[in-house]
Design a protein around this ligand. Sequence first.
Ligand SMILES: Cc1cc2nc3c(=O)[nH]c(=O)nc-3n(C[C@H](O)[C@H](O)[C@H](O)COP(=O)(O)OP(=O)(O)OC[C@H]3O[C@@H](n4cnc5c(N)ncnc54)[C@H](O)[C@@H]3O)c2cc1C
Length: 580
Amino acid sequence: MADEEGIALDLALARSDPEGFAALARHAESRDLDYVVLSEDVLSGDDEGLDPWTTAAWLAGRTEKIGLAADIDADIPAMADKARETFDLLAGARLIRHVGRQVQPVTTAGEIDRLADAVADRPKPARSAAARAQRRDGVDYDGIPASLADVAIEPGDQGYRARRATYMRGGSPGLVLRPRTPAEIADALAFARRHRHLPLGVRSAGHGVSGRSTNDGGLVIDVGALNGVEVLDEATRRVRVGPGATWKQVAAVLDEHDWAISSGDYGGVGVGGLATAGGIGLLSREHGLTIDRLRAVELVLADGTPVRASLEENQDLFWGVRGAGANLGIATAFEFEASEVHEVGWAQLALLTPDIEDALRRFGKVAAEAPRDTTVFFLTGSPRQGQSVVQLYGMVDSADPEVVVERLTPFASVGMLAQQEVVLTRYAAVMGSASDVGPTGHHGSGEPVFRSAFLPELTDDFARDAAALLRTGQIYFFQLRHMGGAIADVAPEATAFAHRTPAFSVAAMGGDRDGLNAAWDRLARHFDGLYLSFETDQRPERLRDAFPPATLARLRELKRRYDPTLLFRDNFPITLEDPS
Ligand SMILES: Cc1cc2nc3c(=O)[nH]c(=O)nc-3n(C[C@H](O)[C@H](O)[C@H](O)COP(=O)(O)OP(=O)(O)OC[C@H]3O[C@@H](n4cnc5c(N)ncnc54)[C@H](O)[C@@H]3O)c2cc1C
């Protein structure tokens, strides 16, 4: 807390100018201050302001991550506790305690800028002996580049808890470096090159399943600060996005223009990890994978060189980044061509079935016949007492309610409809339902156990074998993602994401790694390839599953050229030579 800094806003301002009040809080957030204290009399000395608690809840909806401190009258402690719990849950653990914090009362953006500049210029306090005692072996803490010293986080630091884990994984890195510019990323990579004996994680928004954007005792380069979303050209719908932005943030900005970029199904996922791997989502059948909307990318290579790649320059690198980017550099900016997307139909159906094999067969048939404006994902777990719950969720890229109903009706035959919600809404609203990551960061623990595969066709044999797999009780998450449509319009050799023609991407999550591997391997004859973003099996065959021979050979060539010393090795590293 000692090195955190925040502002106090007078609640009288919330009464007289609510939007101005929210704008000041957002400005403090954009300048990386840590919290806003909502105070009744900090400036005006009276209690003419609004209720702090209600105002804090309102402000939470108008900011993304800044901590909020408000006193709550606790006449009925149980009510106060419930209110705190509710706030924590809905606002992403952003409620903080006021007591003991330094507070700077402000009324203008200029005052916030002065405070933020002063904080930035302040020499970092030397770490205490207790903090230094938590340092990990093998990290040259005294050699941290000067440009990064003020944003480096060590295990003994205040901010460490918020940075150690990711969404799916627990971790205890020895050092998290948080560069803010490509030049600082080059400095971080120079430091990483001196620490080859340690794991190296690259993190954008920390939703990696396959990648290791945290580790035990190693380095993490966290580029979350590069999170801008900027419209470059209205006419061509060209948009520049930083890797640290989430798809929720991107969708919110593009919504104002009636645009969207085909992304994944969860708005909390980061641009950096998804846009270097593929991006199979709710608009993909109509508008392609995320990488299909990419027009240029900027990266810092393993040796620190900044490069730009597109169809006009460094074409080979541009080809490789679209599917295997994590192996080639750290992406610092993406330029996409957004699609025009107006209102969409958004459906969430829950169905019951005593016969999951039959439900799978039916889904396969209906999905295969759906037009490309319709994308529906199938989600289930192991049957319980002979019954399976199937969740179908999907999008119809049409603002016409009749079209939406017509497209979705066949899916209701997959099982017995128990619940349904079908609405006309905005893509941004669907992405916006993802939780924000609060100041306490991600809370993943342990290691995820995921398997992935591409399914060329959902045959009766597959339905039978998948149903048998689900009945083993090994699987608690089994998902079929609808592919085809615009994904298949792109030639396999056009990008490093070569598996263009499968009908579905399939993923399963379990608790027992060996058990899941053995069960999944038994399904191999149905599969052709896999999507690395949903895979955690580290056996070398997986790389060959992800990339067909010609793609892998070309990627090895790129690896030899752009990362010959295998600095990027945390996310299915491509070896320089074919080991077989
Ligand atoms: C809840 C959830 C929903 C998901 N839904 C979808 C979906 O609908 N469709 C889909 O395709 N995928 C989906 N995914 C998978 C997701 O796309 C990948 O896990 C992706 O890597 C996450 O990106 P991130 O930046 O948040 O992850 P991070 O954990 O920050 O990074 C993951 C890995 O990506 C690489 N990486 C990260 N940043 C960069 C960078 N700037 N430059 C180069 N490499 C980088 C690194 O190897 C890193 O280990 C989902 C994952 C989760 C957890």
